[in-house]
Write a protein that binds this ligand. Structure first.
Ligand code: SAH
Ligand code: SF4
Length: 385
């Protein structure tokens, strides 16, 4: 077992403290962060503008190590899904979604999730553990530097803080969403540390509006986030009244709608672009009636927001069905007619089960991992249709 410190585990402040503990000059922290996060260099010996003696000491004490990849699949629409090994028989998933104007990475914050929403396959697996800061930022590190090296990669960002990158270095991932497995606000410190790196000019240099955290509504942590690092916020609503939300999103029993909406109002002044997003998973015969649409209008009409309707992505034994496209359209129209900006989320990566709520990375059985490994070899580089 490698006992060296993993440099991916340091947020900007942590890196400065570490460098100070080695009695090095403060600017070494920035240099090191640039090597690791901007250039994706994992080999300390290659960090050529650090003194040779410092490189030698550092290589003895520290390393750069991301989660091992169990599988890597590509869907016919270009969506790519990695299954990552988080040890002890658990795995998490990460999804890259290329679009015309952006490249979005959806990353996980926990192995499993304790919130246990009735329509979510992650929730159905139960909770295994929190991911560390390094395991969270390591997902972006791995995806960005893997994708960037691939022939034909579409580079979406060509500068850090106005400093131009050359053609080969342009960045592929322009947006990050904390919408993979887990409830990010129940793993607060590591998630915020990882997001600090996403925003840092010495690391990924993304603006606050390009980093979105999605939460089921952990009210006290929403207030903390507003204070610490107010990135774009998406709130998973899924029901317009407490009786139904108690059933679909059980954390509602602890933080009911009145408290949740008050927390949203408090977040607003800090939110990039002055609005919040609400997510609403459309479940046939459960939350998609005209009456639900009416209640939703009442709930949202006073708050500057966008409503994102997500057609339910089915998974085995959920016992739930997705609303028909016609129902989704009619529901959306009712909201829009009432002045609420409403979009219907396109389902991406359907053929590799990479869509919202289909992420089921938890692998308890090692034989299963082996089987998946074989599938990887077979699948690699193949675009499925
Ligand atoms: N735990 C956080 C973030 C991860 S889930 C949260 O709940 O917000 C990301 C989004 O996918 C959430 O809005 C979630 O409610 C939604 N989702 C979960 N399961 C789904 C499913 N089966 N179909 C469609 N959306 C789903
Ligand atoms: Fe957890 Fe989000 Fe799934 Fe609910 S929807 S169980 S909060 S990951």
């Amino acid at each position: 077992m490698d006992s060296r410190i993993n440099l991916l585990n340091f947020d900007p402040e942590g890196m400065s403290d570490y460098i100070a503990s080695l009695q090095e000059k403060p600017f070494r922290a920035q240099q090191l962060m640039r090597w690791v996060h901007q250039r994706g260099e994992a080999d300390i010996a290659q960090m050529s503008d650090l003194a040779k003696t410092f490189r030698a000491t550092l290589a003895e004490k520290a390393c750069v190590s991301a989660l091992p990849v169990i599988s890597d699949q590509q869907a016919s629409d270009g969506t790519r899904k990695w299954l990552l090994d988080v040890a002890d028989g658990n795995a998490v998933e990460m999804v890259y979604i290329p679009e015309d104007d952006r490249g979005t990475l959806c990353i996980s914050s926990q192995a499993g999730c304790a919130v246990n929403c009735s329509f979510c396959s992650t929730g159905k697996q139960g909770f295994s553990r929190n991911l560390t800061l390094g395991e969270i930022i390591g997902q972006l590190w791995m995806a960005e530097h893997t994708l960037r090296k691939e022939p034909g990669a579409i580079k979406r960002i060509d500068s850090y803080d106005g400093t131009p990158l050359d053609e080969h270095e342009g960045r592929v991932i322009s947006n990050v969403v904390m919408m993979g497995m887990g409830e990010p606000l129940l793993n607060y410190e590591p998630v915020v540390g990882a997001m600090r790196l996403m925003l840092s000019d010495n690391a990924y240099g993304l603006s606050r509006r390009r980093v979105t955290l999605s939460t089921s509504g952990v009210v006290p942590m929403m207030d903390r986030l507003a204070n610490d690092l107010p990135v774009a916020l998406a709130v998973s609503l899924h029901a317009p009244n407490d009786a139904l939300r108690d059933e679909l999103v059980p954390i509602n029993k602890k933080y009911p709608l009145k408290e949740l909406m008050a927390a949203c109002m408090r977040y607003l002044p800090f939110a990039p672009r002055d609005f919040l997003t609400f997510e609403y998973c459309m479940l046939d015969g459960v939350n998609d009636s005209d009456q639900h649409a009416k209640e939703l209008v009442e709930l949202l009409k006073k708050i500057p927001c966008k409503l994102n309707l997500i057609p339910f992505n089915p998974f085995p034994d959920s016992g739930l069905k997705k609303s028909s496209p016609a129902r989704v359209q009619d529901f959306a129209k009712r909201l829009m007619d009432a002045g609420i900006i409403t979009t219907v989320r396109k389902t991406r990566g359907d053929d590799i089960a990479a869509a919202c709520g289909q992420l089921a990375g938890d692998v308890k059985d090692r034989t299963n991992v082996k089987q998946r490994m074989q599938v990887v070899k077979f699948d690699k580089g193949v675009t499925r249709s």
